[in-house]
Design a protein around this ligand. Structure first.
Ligand SMILES: Nc1nc2c(ncn2[C@@H]2O[C@H](COP(=O)(O)OP(=O)(O)OP(=O)(O)O)[C@@H](O)[C@H]2O)c(=O)[nH]1
Ligand SMILES: [Mg+2]
Length: 358
């Protein structure tokens, strides 16, 4: 009781002290200064093409923004950057959680910057709206790469749909390439359709795996093996080496059962230990070989063109769907039609026809 009273008096003692007043003019000039710091579109483009990382980050933020004004700016920047996005290699990396993607990207990225390359790491992670971007936590696992001035690591864009995240990632790729990054690594966790999405935005698709039968139970789908240009068995170290070698033989056998790829590339299997930095250069050699082969018979560019066409259609579909379901009259009518369906008073097809006619 006594204590409480003491507190009371202590609080009352403070009454006489008034904090320094923040005047409106101060706040306004501060805001103005901040606005001045944000360069206009032309400056951003010029800085990006000069290789300025701050400008790159700002442009990606614009691309990710939901503000229509930002979208307009972002589109202008993307358009200006497109012609400068050519001499890169886009590599997609996937694998079940814990397979060692982050550790691999750290080792691989360091190896590449060691060869004088500039490396950008992006992520497509549909679950990131919940986990706030897994690669963000990864930054601690990519300690050395984060500090490397020739590497750029960007946490995954959050979004309400995989399509939305994918668009942002594709535009981020273009921005990174215009900034001068030679290799763009896009990481994804095998959730939902994310591997297919990443596969459709990269030149080379790499599947990280673990040795051992248990791996089949870890949810790698058959379709993913079919998409892979390389299967890299990670953690081929210590007691695991023997199992990893066996797995290599198995995968090689399995891969030969798949039909030839349009790229004419025969997918390869290799072993590595991301943790002990072994077998990393083999992966790079493989990707270099892939680029030479696919450029020789014009598949490399043709594939990118196909991907662009695919994304055009995807973007239209996404936009149409969004505007349709956002309309208030549609929302109401949809609710109504759903009730009618439940009461067996209309068929799904008739309901769809009716809603579309609105
Ligand atoms: N022995 C061994 N351990 C490894 C190797 N690569 C990664 N690890 C370990 O495996 C664990 C998971 O590695 P991460 O790189 O975080 O795996 P990830 O695929 O990024 O995991 P998520 O981000 O959760 O999807 C860590 O404890 C690593 O130290 C390796 O080559 N050998
Ligand atoms: Mg990771």
């Amino acid at each position: 009781m006594q204590k409480k009273e003491k507190h009371k008096t202590a609080l009352e003692e403070k009454k006489g002290i008034s904090p320094p007043e923040m005047t409106d003019t101060q706040a306004i000039s501060k805001l103005k200064d901040k606005r001045k710091q944000l360069p206009n579109t032309e400056t951003l483009i010029a800085d990006i093409l000069k290789g300025d990382v701050t400008a790159l980050s700002r442009a990606i933020t614009l691309v990710e923004s939901k503000n229509p004004k930002h979208l307009e700016k972002a589109n202008a920047i993307i358009k200006a950057c497109l012609p400068h996005a050519n001499n890169s290699i886009r590599i997609g990396i996937t694998g079940v959680p814990g397979v060692g993607k982050s550790t691999f990207i750290e080792a691989f990225g360091k190896h590449l910057t060691g060869l004088g390359k500039k490396v950008a790491v992006l992520a497509v992670d549909p679950s990131s709206t919940i986990t706030k971007g897994s690669i963000l936590g990864d930054k601690t696992r990519m300690e050395d790469l984060v500090k490397d001035k020739n590497a750029f690591i960007r946490p995954s864009a959050s979004g309400d749909s995989l399509g939305g995240v994918a668009r942002k990632t594709r535009e981020a790729i273009i921005l990174c390439e215009a900034t001068g990054y030679d290799l763009i690594i896009i990481e994804t966790v095998g959730v939902g359709q994310s591997e297919t999405t990443v596969h459709s935005m990269v030149d080379f698709f790499l599947l990280l795996k673990l040795a051992g039968a248990g791996d089949e139970l870890q949810g790698i789908k058959r379709g993913i093996i079919e998409m892979a240009d390389a299967i890299v068995i990670n953690k081929a170290d210590r007691d695991n080496i023997k199992a990893a070698k066996l797995a290599k033989v198995e995968f090689n056998r399995a891969l030969h059962l798949y039909p030839e790829k349009a790229s004419k590339w025969q997918p390869k299997v290799s072993l590595c230990s991301a943790l002990y930095n072994e077998g990393i250069d083999d992966v790079w050699q493989m990707i270099s070989e892939f680029k030479i082969l696919t450029q020789e018979h014009n598949h490399f560019e043709a594939n990118r063109n196909e991907q662009n066409k695919f994304w055009l259609i995807q973007t239209i579909e996404e936009r149409l769907k969004r505007t349709f379901f956002k309309r208030e009259d549609i929302k109401k009518a949809l609710k109504n039609q759903l009730e009618l369906i439940e009461a067996s008073e209309t068929s799904p097809f008739a309901a769809a026809e009716y809603l579309l006619s609105l």
